[in-house]
Design a binder for this molecule. Structure first.
Ligand SMILES: Cc1cc2nc3c(=O)[nH]c(=O)nc-3n(C[C@H](O)[C@H](O)[C@H](O)COP(=O)(O)OP(=O)(O)OC[C@H]3O[C@@H](n4cnc5c(N)ncnc54)[C@H](O)[C@@H]3O)c2cc1C
Length: 342
């Protein structure tokens, strides 16, 4: 719904034109390759080639962006690439919504944790429909056959979702999607880059989607682009890419540190990452008890506040007190850490 709304708003702008079913096949450049002057296109239906002149080209072709290859062909270096392997699989099914399913909450999200690497996002997408995405990592793909799908739901650490859907009316078959690794392309480190070409969104960095960062980061990058365009002169590509690098730093750190909490995920775990993950486990535990801690956590997860906001002394004291109380009240069951209903 959100995408449809945004798309119609953009389409209503008088100077915007969508070219549907049209593939970008390469950049047009000046004779010395120093400046991008347009794009070459291919109509996906007729396969007819065409070109489009441009004052500025912004690559927003997502994770599969071919800019690194095209840069190399034009005599530039490819950006260095960082990867965090997670082998994430989503399997998703729509159901008809019943009023009692959510018990008054917006969604039920038992997010995966090292103790329970299976997770789920169960949310409301329209008046009549709700959507259930099951997540598994490193080869534990939620099945796409209906019985296996329901069995996976039953294996989640909290019963709420199974209770809601086991006798609900499915509206679609389960469909799987795999996401092998988060990928960050370090465009900001390149010493040469063509003028009048920018890259943003997943084409620069595609995060493990469970952290819900990609759209926010893309929006922050667009705001950076707006700042440069408001100068009324062509944006300096390298300055823009440096700004993008800074925007990506924090969410990349949040997402990769979170992934490294899973022992099977390959990668080095510096002391800061180990300490941060231990603290986050306690914080999420405490957040199930105190809404102000949930709010502080959601503001950081939503990239409104920096991670340091979770280290304020008053908050740290409450987290430590609550996690101690919880642990003595009931032995630390793995489910305690992962239940997060919003
Ligand atoms: C399963 C899943 C769940 C997610 N959940 C969330 C979430 O909850 N919150 C959140 O913030 N983010 C989430 N994300 C991430 C979010 O979807 C992305 O970060 C966001 O879509 C990136 O936008 P983008 O415009 O950079 O790239 P994309 O949305 O990937 O768009 C790229 C577009 O370019 C087109 N394209 C590609 N190559 C060419 C070409 N050569 N010529 C023409 N067109 C081309 C593609 O068809 C596509 O339409 C999720 C991602 C996944 C996979």
């Amino acid at each position: 719904m959100l995408e449809d709304y945004l798309r119609s708003r953009v389409a209503a702008l008088p100077n915007v034109r969508y070219l549907q079913r049209t593939e970008l096949t390469r950049y047009l450049v000046t004779a010395d390759n120093s400046r991008v002057t347009g794009v070459a296109l291919r109509d996906a239906v007729t396969e007819q080639e065409s070109t489009l002149d441009a004052d500025l080209v912004v690559d927003t072709t997502g994770r599969g962006s071919r800019t690194p290859v095209w840069l190399e062909q034009l005599g530039y270096a490819r950006p260095a690439e960082e990867r965090m392997k997670i082998g994430l699989a989503y399997t998703t099914r729509l159901y008809r919504k019943r009023p009692e399913m959510f018990g008054g909450t917006q969604s039920i999200n038992p997010v995966a944790s090292p103790a329970h690497p299976r997770g789920a996002f169960f949310g409301q997408v329209s008046q009549d429909e709700c959507i259930l995405s099951l997540t598994g990592i490193l080869g534990d793909q939620p099945p796409s056959d209906p019985d296996g799908f329901l069995e996976f739901v039953r294996s989640l650490p909290v019963p709420d979702i199974y209770d809601a859907v086991h006798d609900a009316e499915p509206l679609t078959d389960p469909v799987s999607f795999t996401f092998p690794a988060s990928v960050r392309r370090r465009y900001e480190k390149l010493s040469r880059f063509p003028d009048r070409l920018l890259v943003l969104g997943d084409a620069v960095c595609s995060f493990n989607p469970v952290y819900g960062q990609g759209m926010t980061v893309a929006a922050m990058e667009v705001m950076a682009l707006r700042t440069l365009l408001l100068r009324n002169e062509p944006p300096d590509s390298r300055e823009f890419l440096r700004r993008i690098g800074k925007i990506v730093d924090v969410p990349w750190q949040i997402s990769t540190s979170g992934d490294l909490d899973f022992p099977e995920v390959p990668g080095k775990r510096p002391a800061m990452v180990r300490f941060g993950n231990k603290y986050m486990a306690r914080l999420q535990y405490a957040a199930t008890q105190e809404p102000s801690i949930t709010t502080a956590f959601m503001r950081v997860a939503g990239l409104v506040d920096p991670p340091t906001a979770l280290m304020r002394p008053g908050l740290v004291r409450r987290v430590l007190r609550l996690s101690r109380e919880l642990r003595s009240a009931r032995p630390a069951t793995p489910a305690g850490r992962v239940t997060a209903s919003t």
